[in-house]
Write a protein that binds this ligand. Sequence first.
Ligand SMILES: *[C@@H]1O[C@H](CO)[C@@H](O)[C@H](O)[C@H]1NC(C)=O
Ligand SMILES: *[C@@H]1O[C@H](CO)[C@@H](O)[C@H](O)[C@H]1NC(C)=O
Ligand SMILES: *[C@@H]1O[C@H](CO)[C@@H](O)[C@H](O)[C@H]1NC(C)=O
Ligand SMILES: *[C@@H]1O[C@H](CO)[C@@H](O)[C@H](O)[C@H]1NC(C)=O
Length: 276
Amino acid sequence: MEPGGHRPAEKRGGGRRRCVILSVAAGLLLVTVAVVLGLTLRQKADKLRPTFMARCKGFKGYDCEKIWEEFTQAYVGQDPCKVPMEAYDPLVAAAPLKSSCNRIMLWSKTKEMVHDFTKKKDCFITLEDTVLGFVLDGLTWCGKEGSSETFTTSCPGWTECENNPVRSFWKRASAAFADVACGDVTAMLNGSITTPFDPKGIFGSIEVKRLNSTRVSSLNIVLVTQKNAVANCRNTSLKDLQKVLDVGITYNCTEVAESQILECSSNPEIPCGACW
Ligand SMILES: *[C@@H]1O[C@H](CO)[C@@H](O)[C@H](O)[C@H]1NC(C)=O
Ligand SMILES: *[C@@H]1O[C@H](CO)[C@@H](O)[C@H](O)[C@H]1NC(C)=O
Ligand SMILES: *[C@@H]1O[C@H](CO)[C@@H](O)[C@H](O)[C@H]1NC(C)=O
Ligand SMILES: *[C@@H]1O[C@H](CO)[C@@H](O)[C@H](O)[C@H]1NC(C)=O
């Protein structure tokens, strides 16, 4: 077929004029589509900062502009598979965490239930209740070599490459959180999966290892069980956990039914310590 095969239509009487009108109309439509598409893409890329700022504003005593600057410095212009956790050291320094005794709540594979619990019972804090964890919870971001932009789509997935901006951030923030832990630390693990302790997850590879016996006296595992519970406190994976725990930290594990936690957290008269 010859290129521009639509041309013969122009040769018909009056066809040229109709064709010009059609071309103009098609051109306008194309421009409109391009503009709308361009705006949509741009809005997507620009959404991270407003979300970041709006969430940050709720935290007193932090310089959100400075935190945003340090945040973007970690990944902007970088290959999104080559951002190590250390890239966020200046960010962590710009948003220091207060030492927290007996209130630190860690979790693995129990995210929703833990946050539902800490929202209703004001006696534990998770990483997602601290400024950095709260501001970036659920978000995706990355940069690109030779670009000064922040992208929120087409970023590498959690397991696509180890040193991606999102995963490295959570590793660094989790390390900072574990570093300020003191006294008794609690962790909610999932009893409905065969290996409640995953040594490769952030809890297993970072948090547990950074708990320091000079400050932390005990790690209390709350193994949340549901009707279909498969694992209990005697599970071998939990023995592995004790092996990586700093010598001098007392380990303790309690199996608690999810229904008991839900009932307890929705009852304002029960103090938090009594949930298990
Ligand atoms: C435990 O993991 C299972 C499977 O992923 C999930 O359906 C369940 O909600 C989790 N339990 C808790 C308490 O989060
Ligand atoms: C605990 O802290 C001490 C002193 O800061 C340090 O020497 C030690 O390596 C730390 N232990 C762990 C498990 O991080
Ligand atoms: C307990 O832990 C081991 C090893 O970590 C795992 O292979 C096993 O399937 C786990 N679960 C149960 C229900 O025994
Ligand atoms: C184990 O942990 C629970 C809940 O934090 C606590 O009440 C209990 O005293 C601990 N048990 C031991 C033996 O340390």
